[in-house]
Design a protein around this ligand. Structure first.
Ligand code: SF4
Length: 72
């Protein structure tokens, strides 16, 4: 599972940082999104997918398989 961002589409809303602060940050100069990591841990998947769904600029892309759910 990997995440990428298109900074040209980012409008600096900060929604991604609110939902997944361990994965996303904002540049201190222009507030555009900055990735803390590109390869996701299984426990980060749901928060990052939610961040992608809520991103007003549609700037976040998640690729790869969803992690297996133990006990699901
Ligand atoms: S939620 Fe989207 S538009 Fe807002 S800061 Fe993050 S990447 Fe940029």
């Amino acid at each position: 599972m990997q995440v990428s961002v298109d900074r040209d589409r980012c409008c600096s809303s900060g929604m991604c940082v609110t939902n997944a602060p361990e994965v996303f940050d904002q540049d201190g100069r222009d507030s555009l999104v900055v990735l803390r990591r590109t390869v996701l841990l299984p426990e980060q998947f749901d928060d990052v997918v939610l961040a992608a769904e809520l991103c007003p600029g549609r700037a976040i892309t998640v690729t790869g398989d969803e992690p297996e759910r133990i006990g699901a």
